[in-house]
Write a protein that binds this ligand. Structure first.
Ligand code: BGP
Length: 457
């Protein structure tokens, strides 16, 4: 099987650039009721009829919990030097507070040690959308007390794994979690608070800051490097037309989606345009807590968004429009690699001195090919997607943006949140019945591409 690169040759990135893959606990682990793990909001949400398009849950997902050895062997075969995964908070603290569960800690010991034994650097996300249900029952991220629990969890994890883990991400995509989890209810915990969800945004940002402090205290030491970043979902926001109303609506949406999360982390303040909406969220000292030194800035990029002004009686001031004129993934998202390049260049131009080196902490596409008669999975569109996005990253680097790595979403076909098992993002195909792993054509391409990179002197 030949894995061809569309533009001929492979995209080449600077020596030392890190290639990895990315997953999240609830999306791959399964084993939701094993070894003392407590329930999380996704267990509850996915069990409710009508929440998940195909009626599935993450109860088994990709069964990664039982297949760590096999999955790390696949990463090794890929030649990846990094793996970004998340820890399940409710595996470590079943109710989100108190004494840690030894079996939960032992699972991550095993995963981390297996990675290190194969020269793969772990990047650990502490929280990827899976709040312990017991904390949701007390108000979840709307409740400021959840932040204190998160700081305690971060200290447990930092103390236990800090001797082996260098790269840390406290919170994955606080914007997605706020707006889809607490704003419109499309994801767990399924609450529809509209603008009141902004409390969740503030508390997730505070959780990022408090955890960063705890990780530096527990995981870092005089003879130990610790590298703390973030993984924020970003994408350019385009106005649907150049009419003033659409341009205005797209600016508000851009501030909410992009600015509201990056400006507190980088500058210690919310975007001025949003201040009327955010009045009263921050207590004294909060913004300084949120603005912790970052060793890298993680960008999760999928696609640009197109926004129009909503009609007057709508709940929100903006409407989401299709981005037309581009190919789409099987998930329906437009494929626009140039938008990644442009966003990265704009990002650097706007925040220059405040911006640490960038990591692409997620990038990938859903294409749902199944194995053909000869058993191979021909997912050439995923190759084209990754190839083009890596070239976009390379061009941004040549234009002066400091980007150090790319973590493809995802290693495996995952439980894809409200899409359930219906969307496949993996470089490796997972049979939903047998859990058999079949590396796709894109896996071979990613491996060949990594092998073709210039070596560091
Ligand atoms: C990101 C999440 C991932 C993954 C990915 C694909 O927002 O961090 O967990 O789900 O999106 O998502 P989508 O299918 O919505 O593009």
């Amino acid at each position: 099987m030949s894995a061809s690169s569309p533009a001929g040759g492979f995209p080449l990135l600077p020596p030392g650039f890190r290639f990895g893959t990315s997953t999240a606990a609830y999306q791959v682990e399964g084993a939701v009721a094993e070894d003392g793990r407590g329930p999380c909001i996704w267990d509850t949400f996915s069990a409710q009829p009508g929440r998940i398009v195909d009626g599935t849950t993450g109860a088994v997902a990709a069964d990664h919990y039982h297949r760590v050895g096999e999955d790390v062997a696949l990463m090794k075969e890929l030649g990846a030097s990094g793996y970004r995964f998340s820890m399940s908070w409710s595996r470590i603290q079943p109710t989100g507070r108190g004494r840690p569960n030894p079996a939960g800690l032992a699972f991550y010991d095993r995963l981390i040690d297996t990675l290190l034994g194969n020269d793969i650097a772990p990047m650990v996300t502490l929280y990827h959308a899976d709040l312990p249900q017991a904390l949701e029952d007390e108000g979840g991220w709307i409740n400021r007390g959840t932040v204190d629990c998160f700081a305690e969890y971060a200290a447990i994890v930092g103390e236990r794994f800090g001797d082996r883990v260098e790269h840390w991400v406290p919170v994955n995509e606080p914007n997605v979690h706020t707006f889809l989890g607490y704003g419109n209810g499309q994801q767990a915990p399924g609450r529809t608070l509209m603008f009141d969800a902004l409390w969740a945004a503030h508390h997730l940002l505070l959780a990022h800051g408090r955890a960063a402090i705890e990780l530096r205290r527990t995981a870092g030491s005089a003879d130990r490097e610790v590298s703390i970043g973030c993984a924020n979902n970003h994408g350019p926001v385009w106005p649907a037309t150049d009419a003033d109303a659409d341009v205005g609506a797209s600016k508000i949406f851009d501030a909410l989606w992009n600015g509201m999360f990056l400006e507190p982390m980088l500058l210690g303040r919310y975007p001025a345009d949003l201040m009327p909406l955010l009045e009263g969220l921050a207590e004294p000292g909060d913004m300084a807590t949120i603005r912790q030194p970052l060793d890298f800035y993680g960008v999760n990029y999928y696609n640009p968004m197109r926004i129009a002004a909503a009609h007057e009686d709508a709940d929100l001031p903006f409407d989401f429009c299709d981005v037309l004129g581009y190919p789409a993934t099987d998930r329906g998202w437009p494929v626009v690699p140039d938008a990644l390049r442009e966003w990265l260049i704009m990002f650097r131009a706007r925040y220059r001195a405040a911006l640490p080196p960038i990591m692409i902490t997620e990038s990938g596409a859903a294409y749902n090919m199944e194995p053909g008669p000869d058993g191979t999975v021909d997912d050439q569109p995923r190759i084209d997607y990754i190839d083009a996005h890596l070239r976009a990253v390379g061009e941004a680097i040549r234009r002066g943006v400091d980007i150090r790595g790319y973590y493809c979403w995802s290693l495996l076909d995952t439980f894809e949140w409200s899409e359930g098992l219906s969307q496949r993002y993996g470089l490796v195909h997972v049979d939903r019945d047998t859990q058999e792993r079949t590396p796709k054509k894109s896996f071979q391409w990613y491996a060949d591409m990594i092998a073709a990179q210039p070596r560091q002197e």
